[in-house]
Ligand binder design. Structure first.
Ligand SMILES: Cc1ncc(COP(=O)(O)O)c(C=O)c1O
Length: 382
């Protein structure tokens, strides 16, 4: 059971619970070009399994998108996946044998240790504070063994928004090359980078993708979480192995979504710029409300979430763990926040800025501030 399931359970008791701080599914509409394209695809006459590596037209479209980022890619270096999470499963499935190890940051997206453990490998968390700035090769090298195969991270990161700057990206690529590891970069939030000097990704320092594996998603970029489509870009020998792994276990991703996403290069760049700016504005407003309610909170460097240390609040309300604190906040005020235990970071909570509709946003912020103030000023729970 995840810690957040206690929060969902507590929210169920409310007539009007606010779940919108929990999920990372954007509230805005996907681009018109893609909505039209999926409707055309549905009225077309293609019904069969797509090819195992994904539609050739979509892989070509992906290379066009990468050209715009000054990343030169051949369509043989791309496999279409059922989203980034499933892409992680496929790539780690292709890379790992039982008994192998991966390194990952702590806190991190829970799928990294979960997928590694499911595959019989050992996830080794390397603590990280203050973004990626303290994550030195010296610290990482101390965790490497003869069984370590990959370093897996997200940038921008879930839950804390940590985003590699250009120098950090270069250093990590060099480290992985030297140690013979693959650098698996989960770039689900690449379109949502707010910090300066984050233009150059690890892939820019490894143009042939012999070290770097880019795990990408259409879920967040185009507000298409439900289409379950993403892709992996890396060197073609590994792409062949990932394709074989995915094909054997999952079959290729949804044909209609693939056909529609061929139109992705026709989506104007302004779509992504506006989406990023709207989310950045929401995050700023959310940070201000949390700070006002007495929570020590910083603007994230990227992504969708505010990551907040609530250890002082746990003391004030007399809760022993964050899951209990979040469940109590949910039970008493109908507000759902994600407990840090699920990210291997007890004492912290994740607050999503993207799920609430525009119509409800102002009111939800007010309710959040009022609820947190009453909860944390209310003294110890009996
Ligand atoms: C870091 C990270 N990677 C991957 C995913 C999953 O993406 P997808 O919808 O493409 O499977 C998420 C979803 O929240 C995420 O936060």
């Amino acid at each position: 059971m995840r810690a957040v399931d206690r929060v969902f359970e507590a929210l169920d008791a409310h007539l009007d619970p606010d779940r919108s701080w929990l999920v990372g599914s954007p509230w805005f509409e996907p681009p018109d070009q893609l909505r039209r394209a999926i409707s055309d695809a549905a009225c077309g006459s293609r019904y069969n399994y797509p090819p195992p590596q994904g539609l050739a037209e979509l892989r070509t479209a992906v290379t066009e998108l990468h050209d715009r980022e000054e990343l030169s890619l051949d369509s043989a270096q791309v496999v279409i996946t059922h989203g980034a999470k499933s892409g992680l499963l496929a790539v780690l499935g292709a890379l790992l044998q039982p008994g192998d190890e991966i390194l990952h940051p702590l806190p991190c997206y829970p799928a990294y240790p979960a997928v590694a453990a499911t595959l019989g490998a050992t996830p080794v968390g390397v603590p990280r504070e203050d973004g990626y700035s303290g994550w030195e090769p010296r610290t990482l090298a101390a965790a490497v063994t003869s069984r370590t195969r990959a370093l897996v991270l997200s940038s921008p990161a879930n839950p804390d928004g940590a985003t590699l700057d250009s120098d950090q990206a270069q250093v990590l690529v060099g480290f992985c090359r030297e140690q013979g590891l693959r650098l698996v970069c989960d770039e689900a939030y690449e379109a949502f980078r707010y910090a300066p000097d984050t233009d150059r990704l690890p892939a820019h320092w490894d143009p042939d993708l012999e070290v770097v594996v880019q795990v990408r998603s259409f879920s967040k970029t185009y507000a298409l979480c439900g289409w379950r489509t993403g892709y992996i870009a890396t060197d073609s020998p590994l792409i062949q192995r990932v394709t074989a792994w995915q094909s054997a276990l999952l079959n290729p991703p949804n044909l209609l979504a693939q056909l529609a996403l061929v139109a992705a290069p026709t989506v104007p760049r302004s779509f992504s710029v506006e989406a990023r700016d709207r989310i950045r504005r929401r995050l700023e407003e959310l940070v201000a409300v949390l700070v006002d309610a007495g929570l020590e909170t910083m603007m994230p460097e990227g992504g969708f979430y505010v990551w907040t240390d609530v250890r002082p609040q746990l003391g004030a309300t007399g809760h022993s763990d964050t899951a209990a604190w979040c469940a109590d906040l949910a039970r008493r005020y109908g507000i759902g926040l994600w407990p840090g235990e699920d990210y291997h970071a007890p004492g912290w909570v994740r607050v999503s800025a993207v799920a609430c509709s525009d119509a409800d946003w102002e009111r939800a912020l007010e309710r959040l501030g009022e609820g947190l103030r009453s909860f944390t000023n209310g003294g110890k729970v009996q």
